[in-house]
Design a protein around this ligand. Structure first.
Ligand code: GLV
Ligand code: MN
Ligand code: MN
Length: 411
């Protein structure tokens, strides 16, 4: 098997230029022009590789290399190409274009898969438009109720139904995306680590045993606006100040669970009307809270919710609090982890079994079929930033391990 690392790098570079912002910044928000153009680019490469491409009702894209046994569940791999604002070029993309390179290298080696191999490009792994991550894979796993799907709105108030049709995905509806349990024999996602461990330990590959449990909250605070000169301080109900206290409560909750793995972030904080001489009357906060253990994550979540209620009561602020998602961790398939660990050992590639602190579509694919992830190092552990970087050699090693894994699973 021969991986063409320079072809792959050229494609990663080309895709990175399809962005809402100039290089080196990559921004591809779900169903933006850049997201649609990025999808078109990936589909073109898949068709050139002889894969059969289909899309579901929300734009999850499946590129299939047909195996000799058409009835056996396929082996799946893939990741996402949407990118948060001000992102880099490797998050998700390495698992899509890297998987395509793995497939091409298997084709060129003369391998004939018995099980079909499908490369999935998931819709909206990133939560930017609707505030909820892993939208495509959540729908595949059937974890969202029709009410929840209907309640998803972006900042402009447009819903998923509006956006998917706008993007040209007009057939079926969001609930038709659901897959049967064991629709695939396995799912393996290649991804950059998004943390510093592999680089620090000078290791080439991480094999994921568990994915930390994410959750997120959206808070709408309603205070009383007014003239910044005229409304005296004791009379104020300032929505921003309540939000600021809540953001500090998030930090406190994450720091005091007793677990070093609890992390809390207030990543969105918008105020209205946003004028220097006007008391903020409304604030919207979006809070991300995660942990590798459910007990500590859930206790921090309760602490944040009760702090928000107390703060708003004290300040005379109206509070609407929505739990956007509260997910369990994913336990990866032990046999699959051992298979990949064995492949690394045979190829004399250093590896480590590890936890993923970031979430991934694998979190939900694990509810459908035996799943794991292959991590490669990234410089300084940096991700969700334009200076995110993995070298062509690091990527090539990841693709080599993925290709051999797919070969074994499809045989
Ligand atoms: C994925 O992008 C995450 O936020 O973990
Ligand atoms: Mn990401
Ligand atoms: Mn990602």
């Amino acid at each position: 098997m021969k991986i063409d690392a320079s072809r792959l790098q050229k494609e990663i570079d080309e895709l990175s230029l399809i962005s809402e912002n100039p290089a080196p910044v990559v921004t591809r928000v779900l169903f933006s022009e850049a997201d649609l153009a990025g999808r078109a680019y990936v589909k073109k490469l898949c068709v050139e590789a002889g894969l059969t491409v289909r899309e579901d009702a929300v734009g999850n894209t499946f590129a299939r290399w047909e195996g000799t046994d058409k009835n056996a569940p396929a082996v799946a791999t893939g990741s996402h190409i949407d990118a948060i604002p001000n992102a880099g070029k490797y998050d998700g993309v390495v698992g899509v274009l890297g998987a395509l390179e793995a497939i091409r290298s298997l084709q060129q080696s003369g391998f004939k898969p018995q099980r079909s191999i499908e490369l999935i490009t998931f819709t909206a792994e990133e939560p930017t438009r609707f505030g909820i991550g892993c939208l495509g894979s959540r729908l595949m796993a059937g974890t969202l109720s029709p009410e929840k799907i209907a309640s998803l709105r972006d900042r402009e108030g447009n819903n998923l139904e509006y956006w998917r049709k706008q993007a040209g995905f007009t057939k079926g509806d969001a609930s038709s995306v659901r897959l049967a349990k064991n629709a695939y024999s396995n799912f393996v996602e290649l991804h950059i680590e998004q943390g510093p461990i592999l680089e620090q330990k000078n290791l080439a590959i991480g094999i994921v045993e568990k994915i930390a449990a994410p959750s997120s909250l959206r808070l709408h605070l309603t205070g009383v606006g007014g003239h910044a000169g005229a409304v005296l301080m004791p009379e104020r109900h300032d929505a921003l100040l309540a939000g600021a206290e809540i953001a500090l409560a998030v930090e406190r909750a994450a720091l005091t669970t007793g677990s070093p793995d609890t992390v809390g972030t207030t990543g969105v904080f918008r105020i209205e009307p946003g004028a220097v001489n006007s008391v903020p009357c409304r604030a919207t906060l979006e809070i991300d809270l995660r942990d590798t253990q459910l007990a500590t994550r859930d206790s921090a979540l309760k602490q944040i919710e009760s702090a928000a209620a107390d703060i708003c009561k004290k300040r005379g602020i109206g509070l609407e609090l929505e739990r956007v998602n509260v997910d369990a961790p994913a336990i990866c398939d032990a046999k699959l982890v051992e298979l990949i660990s064995g492949i690394c050992a045979e190829k004399k590639i250093s590896s480590l079994k590890m936890i993923s602190r970031a979430y991934h579509d694998s979190l939900f694919m694990a509810q459908i079929c035996p799943t794991t992830m292959i991590f490669i190092p990234c410089r300084g552990g940096v991700s969700h930033r334009p200076d995110e970087y993995s070298s062509p050699e690091q990527i090539e090693t990841g693709v080599t391990v993925l290709a051999e894994t797919l070969r074994r699973l499809a045989k």
